[in-house]
Design a protein around this ligand. Structure first.
Ligand code: CP3
Length: 344
């Protein structure tokens, strides 16, 4: 089917003259208009659940920069909340959740069929966006991958080395695997509803995939991603899926084949020339400019942007950062990156 959406053409395997561009966390605190809308909503979670304001902040970077894709404004931790975990954000520190470390904690979680009451405003945000976006802009839905979501549910917060989750995995494997399965099934239904509400493509964020080593990477990164991809392909065969096993290193090789995803997102620890040869051989890749260039700018930003475009130019490539843009970024550096990608 013909489409005006550059990113959808790239995901279908086409090699365009200039790659489509979007940016992780493109709606965020580096933008004054985001900070103003967030203040109006009260706090971050109220913004996520206010469909009109969430749609508004999703559109802000599209209006300002003309990105090729809009990403739903929400958070990966809404799924734990929909499963019954308490969730709040501590300013300047990050997320806090009630923890799941015992069978009793797990038994108190809601069943998968009960998540949609909480998540209904998210589907409404997508419906609003389908009416607002031009026919050239791809709409991206997303969820956290089960391992990454589980690390927050087990620890009750972000952790540098995911130690609490690794401990539970070793000491109570059955409980750990039951939790992963519950998140997996919830994620399938959540993403399926996002697609029905208008998402053109969905992305699975496995931000902590890099801490799974050896056979654990297969069991807890590849397998849940494969299960989610297979179920979504069954229900929505034409919707592409992007996988982001952040800091997977050598394990990026073969990731698309092992999971069935249509595109692999690369973090910036990966050398683009290496990734073109070893990852892009299997299909579309996304990435992978270091986010710090959005703070520092200048010739280094231009040089690294050009090098990434060049390295991936022989195959399908979606230009992006290697991780989210940070609050201290300069909005003008984002424009410089876009101009460099589009004008060479
Ligand atoms: O990319 C986008 O613009 C879409 C929206 C989006 C957010 N979070 C908004 C957000 C997406 C895709 C996410 C994913 C997410 N959330 C991940 C995976 C990607 C990654 O960054 O590794 C993770 C691990 C989370 C959990 C989370 N949410 C943390 C750890 C934090 C606090 C850190 C921080 O930057 O303050 C958040 C908060 C959050 N999620 C913000 C935004 C815009 C900042 C909240 C604010 O406005 O104060």
């Amino acid at each position: 089917m013909a489409t005006n959406k550059k990113m959808m053409r790239t995901l279908a395997g086409e090699v365009l003259e200039t790659p489509p561009i979007w940016m992780m966390r493109q709606a965020g605190r580096y933008l004054p208009e985001y900070r103003a809308t967030r203040a109006k909503a009260g706090d971050f979670l109220s913004l996520c659940y206010n469909s009109d304001l969430a749609a508004e902040v999703t559109l802000q970077p599209i209006r300002r920069y003309g990105f090729d894709a809009a990403i739903l404004f929400a958070d990966i931790l809404l799924v734990p909340q929909a499963l019954g975990a308490d969730l709040w954000f501590v300013t300047g520190e990050g997320p806090r959740l009630s923890t799941i470390t015992t069978q009793g904690d797990f038994d108190a979680l809601k069943s998968v069929t009960d998540i949609h009451d909480t998540l209904a405003p998210i589907y409404e945000t997508l419906r609003i966006l389908t009416g607002e976006l031009s026919d050239e802009t791809t709409l991206i839905g997303f969820a956290g991958a089960p391992w990454t979501v589980a690390t927050y549910m087990i620890a009750g917060r972000g952790t540098p080395d995911q130690a609490p989750a690794h401990t539970l995995r070793q000491e109570n494997t059955a409980l750990f695997e039951a939790l992963l399965e519950r998140i997996t099934l919830a994620t399938i239904d959540y993403l399926s509803m996002q697609i029905e509400a208008g998402a053109d493509v969905v992305k699975l964020f496995d931000s902590w995939a890099g801490s799974l080593k050896g056979a654990d990477f297969e069991k807890y990164a590849l397998k849940p991603c494969r299960q989610i991809t297979a179920a979504l392909k069954d229900r929505h065969p034409t919707t592409p899926i992007i996988g982001f096993p952040r800091e997977a290193g050598e394990k990026y090789v073969g990731f698309a084949k092992a999971t069935g995803v249509d595109c692999v997102a690369l973090d910036n620890s990966v050398d683009p020339v290496w990734a073109a040869k070893n990852v892009q051989v299997d299909g579309c890749v996304q990435g992978n400019l270091a986010s710090r260039h959005m703070v520092t700018g200048g010739q280094a930003l231009i040089d690294d942007t050009r090098a990434i475009v060049q390295a991936f130019s022989a195959g399908p490539h979606i230009f992006n950062l290697g991780h989210g843009i940070t609050p201290d970024a300069d909005p003008e550096n984002v424009q410089l990156m876009i101009d460099t990608v589009r004008e060479g």
